[in-house]
Design a binder for this molecule. Structure first.
Ligand SMILES: Cc1cc2nc3c(=O)[nH]c(=O)nc-3n(C[C@H](O)[C@H](O)[C@H](O)COP(=O)(O)OP(=O)(O)OC[C@H]3O[C@@H](n4cnc5c(N)ncnc54)[C@H](O)[C@@H]3O)c2cc1C
Length: 380
């Protein structure tokens, strides 16, 4: 991996920087963080602007380095992040690009890139989180449709989504069919009859995710990505994007927040505390290392056809903890203001608690690192 930027890449950076300086002042005001329809409208407007300017599909059309430059520059300029487009852009879309048929790619990828359609993820169930392969939502074939019945939980953005990447059981578990052999990956239209979405409120007050009840929902067989009962393999592709590359933009954001926390410490005098300085220095080293790891993961993924490897688990494990430590340090610097719910860092601190759970808990990432990278024996 070459970490130096070529003249062409620097030219890409300059053009992007100029474009951002031109368009960002024209963006509408950011909606209230708790207003999900408003957030969808805002995030998809931004996505459309990226699309029109040719920056929407950098994962496939640009070099990995250009993609990282894009993340650095958009973050530096304070541009919006993917927001409600997270699932579509960062893991459902990449999965369809890697595993879908040409017709499926033609149907779903352009609307994701244009910001016309938002996706959610229907994987977890009340009894199937870490042990995802135990999922019970069943799909029964009826002609050219699957009839889907069951329930999902923690479905982020379900309230505002047009499509759901849905895992269903197409073959019951038997002594001859292990649980991960009977799973299928479907694209479910969220306006199909039989879907009930019940929003769940987080600690921070947001209804960013929901319970989803499915009562004989008819999903065309043509919406199946991968073969019937081969959904576990397709799921591994989705999860490797979710853990490997989906959070990379946020590392840049954390580095910016860290610099702001250090500025605040200098202003309010907490900088005089050696423990605070030590913690800020350690976090700075941590996020620099995570950024290097990101560069490595992205460039390795490009070599293997764009699908990130198991190194994503190392990144996800360390990143989610570093993010929590960042906001704990921010709270120390803020003092009593850390309890002010109107302060961005307070809400970000609350939401940072979810990072060691979402996209696979830290214990599960540790198991993956132990078994698949270090080659240690499976736990019982
Ligand atoms: C903010 C957020 C957004 C989310 N968005 C979505 C979404 O859009 N779509 C979706 O499908 N899901 C989503 N999830 C769900 C998430 O994937 C699950 O919460 C996660 O996989 C853990 O599953 P669980 O909650 O059932 O916990 P459990 O699996 O019940 O785990 C409970 C505890 O046991 C530990 N544990 C379980 N098994 C093992 C093991 N084998 N070894 C060691 N420890 C173990 C876990 O680490 C955890 O500490 C989201 C979660 C959060 C927090």
């Amino acid at each position: 991996m070459d970490l130096a930027y070529t003249p062409q890449e620097e030219e890409f950076r300059t053009e992007l920087r100029e474009w951002l300086a031109r368009v960002l002042p024209g963006l509408p005001e950011r909606p209230d963080p708790l207003d999900w329809p408003g957030r969808r409208a805002y995030d998809t407007t931004w996505q459309r602007m990226l699309y029109d300017a040719g920056y929407a599909d950098l994962q496939r059309e640009a070099t990995p380095t250009q993609h990282l430059i894009f993340l650095e520059e958009t973050e530096r300029a304070g541009a919006p992040y993917v927001g409600a487009n997270f699932v579509g852009l960062l893991h459902a879309g990449p999965t369809i690009a890697a595993e879908g048929t040409p017709e499926q790619q033609e149907r779903w990828l352009p609307p994701i890139l244009r910001g016309d359609e938002v996706w959610c993820q229907g994987f977890s169930e009340p009894e199937a989180g870490s042990d995802l392969a135990s999922l019970r939502t069943k799909a029964v074939r009826d002609g050219d449709h699957y009839v889907v019945t069951g329930s999902k939980i923690w479905t982020s953005h379900a309230e505002v989504a047009d499509w759901c990447e849905l895992l269903v059981r197409t073959t019951p578990v038997t002594p001859d069919t292990p649980k991960h052999k009977g799973i299928t990956w479907l694209a479910m239209p969220m306006d199909a009859p039989g879907i009930t979405v019940r929003p769940l409120r987080t600690l921070a007050g947001s209804t960013e995710f929901a319970e989803m009840f499915l009562d004989e929902v008819r999903v065309p067989v043509a919406n199946r990505v991968g073969a019937e009962n081969d959904g576990w393999r397709v799921t591994m592709v989705t999860l490797s994007f979710e853990r490997g590359t989906a959070f990379v933009g946020e590392v840049v954001a954390c580095r910016r927040t860290l610099a702001e926390v250090a500025r605040e410490a200098r202003t309010n005098g907490t900088w005089d505390d050696p423990a605070v300085r030590r913690q800020l220095g350690r976090l700075n080293a941590e996020f620099m290392t995570l950024w290097r790891l990101t560069q490595w993961n992205v460039s390795e993924a490009q070599k293997t056809g764009g699908v990130p490897g198991v190194g994503g688990s190392v990144f996800k494990l360390r990143y989610s903890h570093a993010r929590q430590e960042l906001y704990d340090t921010a709270a120390e610097v803020l003092g009593p203001d850390a309890f002010d719910l109107d302060h961005d860092w307070t809400l970000d601190r609350l939401s940072s608690l979810s990072y060691t759970i979402a996209a696979g808990t830290s214990q599960i990432q540790q198991n993956i690192v132990a078994e698949r990278i270090l080659g240690l024996p499976k736990g019982r």
